[in-house]
Write a protein that binds this ligand. Sequence first.
Ligand code: SAM
Ligand code: DTB
Ligand code: SF4
Length: 334
Amino acid sequence: MGQEMQDIGNAVRHDWQREEIVALLEMPLNDLVFRAQTVHRENFDPNAVQLSTLLNIKTGACAEDCSYCPQSVVNDTSLKVEPLMNKADVMEKARQAKANGASRFCMGAAWRSPTPKGFETTLDIIRGVKSLGLETCATLGMLTPSQADELSRAGLDYYNHNIDTSPEFYGEIITTRTFQDRLDTLSHVRDAGMKVCCGGIVGMGEAESDRAGLLQSLANLDQHPESVPINLLVKIEGTPLENADDLDVFDFVRCIAVARIMMPRSLVRLSAGRQEMSDEAQALCFMAGANSIFYGEKLLTTENPDANHDMTLFDRLGLYPMPVEEDIDRAVSV
Ligand code: SAM
Ligand code: DTB
Ligand code: SF4
C-alpha cells in the first residue's frame, strides 16, 4: 500500500472544512467506499463488528420537543408511558444481552435531564450492570458536571448524547434545548473521564450540507467520540417527521463512509433504521466502514432486526462480533 493511502487512514484531524466533506459525500460511490474501506482496514479488523444492546429503562413523557421522537410529551404517539425500571429487571435484561453475545449494554431514559431520585436509582443500576462484566453506556439527557462525575464513579464507561444534526438545521428539529447545551454535556462527560458516544440522525429532510455539518461538528470536537451512531430516521406516527421524505439508501451509505474517513479510529455504528433496510444495504454499510450495530429485537421503543437474523447475516458476510478486549484497547487510542 502506498504512502498516500497510509496517510489517509492514520490522520486524526479536527480541522475539517464543510466543502471538503461535501466533496467526499459527492464522490463516485465506488471511489468513496474504496477509500473508506482502506481507512477501515488500516485501523480495525475489517470483519469484526461491535454489538451493543439497548434497553429503555424509562419510557415516554419526556419534556423535550425533539420532532423525531415518540417519547416527547408534545408528540401524540400511541406509546405507553413507563416509569423507571427496577434494578433487578434491568440486570436480568443485561444478563440476557451478555448471554446473546453483546459486549456493551446501553440504557436509555426519556429525560430532559435526570431527576434526583431517578438518578440515584440509575447509579445503582449502573453499578449492577458493570458487575456483570459488560461495558456500560447510558443516555439520560443533559448532565451537570457533578452528575457526570457520579456516573463515572459508578462504573459508566460511555455516555451517549447525540448532536443529532448540523448546527444550522438543529433549530428545525428541537427548540427546547440548544446545540450548545448538547456540547456542554459532552464536555462534562469528557471531563469526568468517560468515553463519548455521539452521533446523529439522517433522513429528517435535511440537506446534504447538513449531513456534512453533522459530521463536521462530530469530527471537529476536541477528541473524536469513541462511538459514532449514525441513525436513519425511524418515522413514527404522531411525530412531526412521520411523513419525511425517504433518504436515498446510497446517501445513507455515503454518510457512513465519510464518518469512517473523518473519524478513522472510532466505532461507526449502523444504528436506528436497520429494520427498514435490506440485508444488501446493510452489507454496503459494513463495506463502507460501519463496525458496530445495535443488537437485539428492540431499539428504545421501535423494532430492530432479531438476533437470529443478524447472526445469519453475519455468517453470510463472514463477519463476527468484536471481542470486548479489542473494543477497550482501541478506545484508548482514539
Ligand atoms: N433523552 C435522552 C436524550 O435525548 O439525550 C436519551 C434518549 S434519546 C431517544 C437518544 C437518541 O435516539 C436521540 O438523540 C436520537 O438521536 C435517537 N432517536 C430518537 N428517536 C429516533 C428516531 N425516531 N429515529 C432515529 N433515531 C432516533
Ligand atoms: C442512538 O444514537 N440511537 C439509539 C441510542 N442512541 C439511544 C436510539 C434509537 C432510537 C430509535 C427510535 C426508538 O426506538 O424509539
Ligand atoms: Fe426526550 Fe431524548 Fe426523545 Fe428528545 S430524544 S424527546 S430528549 S427522549
